[in-house]
Design a protein around this ligand. Structure first.
Ligand SMILES: [Zn+2]
Ligand SMILES: [Zn+2]
Ligand SMILES: [Zn+2]
Ligand SMILES: [Zn+2]
Ligand SMILES: [Zn+2]
Ligand SMILES: [Zn+2]
Length: 371
């Protein structure tokens, strides 16, 4: 091992701060120093809910990455990963005592924010926490791109395809609320069959609304204007069907294949789904933005390059468990300090691999096949 590849423990501990910055970069450069409130409803940002300040039973609230660090340090936080169109609530009327340390000129509430049970630390149609101490089944959580809830693989009502991290998922409830999506699903979605996993039958089925006529985009072609024809209408006319139950997985770039004729745009806007026509709304695009923001900064720190070498699933898992991971990493490094040993990039890599292999087992065990 060459000189450059070794690093003293002191260096590593000093660079712990940089590790934090790197995680922020994976979080697409969400600012870890400044409250995002002045930016308004941010297109997509990392969000947290504070169980200490706004516990279950009260009003839901979400805070930005910087506020999670600076205003809620030591609090019991739920990591919500990223959500779209949200404005930081930290210190507003929903917080009885806490004042935001970063930005105080806030309105009482942010009326356009959307909240879900995620803000109280429960997920999926089964409404369980994650990780769930009472759940012995190994399973992965997948986020619906429409409602942004996280669902257990086994509660999707469909087979979970391979390479799931490169695809987008729309849950059954969101599919049924927007029936035109079934038309697209028949043509664009990852082929898959609904499975008879119906543990939750009877609980939430009332939410899977029957298709509403008026939600169906009516793409009338004007005779006067030479408007391009409506792709959705064409697909509808083909009449290809697929089983209309269970969640649907969509391949990368599927959004670019949606019809963007004026009528479709209008219909999507009416049901709050305009973001589906926006490729830069995807989590993947968001993460790539974060990575490119980081470019140009120095990268020879072994902790940084170790994180770089992880695949996307590992990075996501690290973000989910970031706070735990940081504590464990510190413990890990303390052992080297106690033994007076030098930490090498391989040690760091091994640390991450050991951390992730546990989680990967959980993911693999929950994966089914769908071809
Ligand atoms: Zn904030
Ligand atoms: Zn708090
Ligand atoms: Zn704050
Ligand atoms: Zn579930
Ligand atoms: Zn959904
Ligand atoms: Zn159209």
């Amino acid at each position: 091992m060459s000189e450059e590849q070794t690093v003293s423990l002191v260096d590593v501990l000093e660079e712990d701060e940089e590790l934090e910055e790197e995680a922020s970069a994976v979080l697409a450069g969400s600012d870890s120093d400044h409250c995002s409130y002045p930016q308004g409803y941010v297109k997509r940002q990392a969000l947290y809910a504070c169980n200490t300040c706004t516990p279950k039973g009260g009003e839901a609230a979400g805070v930005c990455l910087a506020c999670s660090y600076k205003c809620h340090e030591g609090h019991d936080l739920f990591e919500l990963y990223t959500k779209r169109n949200f404005r930081c609530d930290c210190g507003n009327r929903k917080f009885s005592e806490l004042q935001c340390k970063l930005y105080t000129e806030k309105e009482e509430v942010n009326s356009l924010n959307k909240y879900s049970h995620n803000f109280f630390g429960v997920y999926c149609t089964c409404g369980r926490p994650y990780p769930d101490p009472d759940d012995q089944v190994e399973d992965e959580m997948i986020q619906c791109v429409v409602c942004e809830d996280w669902l257990h693989g086994r509660h999707l009502g469909c087979l979970v395809p391979d390479c799931v991290e490169l695809q987008e998922m729309i849950c059954e409830s969101c599919m049924n609320k927007n029936p035109f999506l079934w038309t697209y699903a028949a043509h664009l979605a990852v082929p898959g069959a609904a499975v008879q996993v119906k543990e939750e039958t009877g609980t939430d089925k009332s939410n899977t609304n029957l298709p509403k006529k008026e939600e169906k985009p009516s793409c009338k072609r004007s005779r006067e204007e030479a408007e391009p024809s409506c792709r959705l209408k064409e697909l509808d006319a083909i009449g290809k069907k697929r089983v209309q139950s269970g969640a649907v997985f969509w391949p990368s770039a599927w959004r670019s294949r949606l019809c963007s004729c004026n009528a479709c745009k209008e219909s999507l806007s009416e049901v709050g789904l305009s973001f589906l026509l926006d490729e830069s709304d995807t989590v993947l695009a968001y993460e790539n933005k974060g990575k490119s923001n980081e470019q140009g900064q120095q990268r020879h720190d072994p902790l940084m390059s170790a994180l770089d070498n992880l695949n996307r699933v590992q990075q996501l898992e690290i973000i989910h468990g970031y706070n735990d991971m940081k504590t464990e990493l510190k413990d890990f490094l303390q052992r080297f300090a106690a033994e007076g040993k030098v930490v090498t990039p391989d040690d760091i890599r091994q640390f991450f691999e050991e951390q992730q292999s546990r989680k990967r087992q959980r993911v693999d065990a929950g994966r089914f096949y769908c071809t």
